[in-house]
Design a protein around this ligand. Sequence first.
Ligand SMILES: NC(=O)c1ccc[n+]([C@@H]2O[C@H](COP(=O)([O-])OP(=O)(O)OC[C@H]3O[C@@H](n4cnc5c(N)ncnc54)[C@H](OP(=O)(O)O)[C@@H]3O)[C@@H](O)[C@H]2O)c1
Length: 434
Amino acid sequence: MEHVNLGIVGLGNVGSGTVTILAENARQITEKLGFPLAVKAVCSLDVDQVRLPEALDPVFKTTDWRQVATHPEVDIVAELVGGTTVAAEIITTALSLRKSVVTANKELLALRGAELWELAISSGANLAMEASVAGGIPIHAVLREGISGDRVVALYGILNGTSNYILTEMEKRGDTLEAVLKEAQRMGLAEADPSADVDGYDARSKLALLSALAFGERITPSDIFTEGIRRISPVDFQYAHRLAHTIRLICAARQTPEGLLLSVRPALVPQATILAGVRGAYNAIWVKGAYGEDTFYYGRGAGSRPTGVAVVSDLMRVAREIRRGSPERVSPFAHERLGEYRPLPVTCEKQPYYLRFRVDDRPGIIAALAGILAGKSVSLEAVLQVPCDNKHDLPFVITVEPTTEQSVREAAAEMARLDFLLEPPLVMPLAQPF
Ligand SMILES: NC(=O)c1ccc[n+]([C@@H]2O[C@H](COP(=O)([O-])OP(=O)(O)OC[C@H]3O[C@@H](n4cnc5c(N)ncnc54)[C@H](OP(=O)(O)O)[C@@H]3O)[C@@H](O)[C@H]2O)c1
């Protein structure tokens, strides 16, 4: 049967994994599809230096993405460049020419995905984005098709492998975040500018995309409350362990009577839960359905080949639709139309909290902090202190009973003005829903 022709733009981590799999696994792919996929054209800025698998030859090589996106023989364009500028041009150019697009671009899809899908529908083309969240975990397929008969009530994820690697190494070795981050940068696990990972922005784009699929709402990433992991220190793991918990950067989306509550933030997670077992650069997503109840998905969240598998699988799905001439496309957002999201402030969240202080020790400290909590009607649950010789930089922890985020924030702001505190208190939810 006749080939379906591919154009690949971007031959970096994901692009190189994609072309390797297309070349090395061609026989399996053809057996599964009943027809072959052929790489017709590739593009990257240094295309002359890139060594492509010989099995792909002959292939047209260019540094100009337009020559791929407008190539008359290319049926599907894979956009594997990233970012929100050139990538958007590649995708809109291809879709406008009725070519389907496969992309791994969470940042662009989280910002403009719904609009791009409408362009795809109006052109009779397809837009597929499995690789955009949690690389090697087929979570889009799960939400779009596998459990689409269910009504998702909550979703919790560890969606950034770099920050999970940093946290779990800090936990294992007792090292500071700065030390582990430097090592991760040397190993190529973290970017020179680590902000997207460490400050939670990468995880935020992924949560926006997954929540759109799970809940059918068009979510702007900046509407999601986001806090990164920079303030976590080794001593927080000591206290978390005393409470039989650990610390993870948790992406949470929960349906409440008032609406959808979204957050990306470090949280204490009970050691007995499955999420606590997610270590290193792995990702996981825990989905709670009204009917099917709990399902859990685990795997590599990034990497050339795991992400390449997601891209190739999307290419196969789209190619099959092209061959079969299927006029009906399933929306990559699992819903025909996305509703408008009304942001709900996390300040209405009610749960127990962990407050960690660093103080210049003196009598009356606990009484002063407890007085502030009482003034906000927050009930103190426990005071914990691990042995420490330095009385001028003494860490200790107070846990409080379930209370609104608003009350705990007001208390923390008032506490931050106390002269014995060396820094504002670190506040984290003692995440209960798990
Ligand atoms: N890395 C992962 O594990 C992973 C996982 C999931 C999703 N993603 C997503 O996948 C996408 C690609 O990520 P990546 O890690 O593969 O990035 P990368 O390694 O930086 O690769 C980007 C590629 O795009 C090419 N490129 C850049 N600007 C271009 C332009 N104007 N015209 C043509 N080609 C251009 C680059 O060429 P040169 O090399 O010649 O500059 C390079 O080949 C991003 O959206 C990312 O968020 C990545």
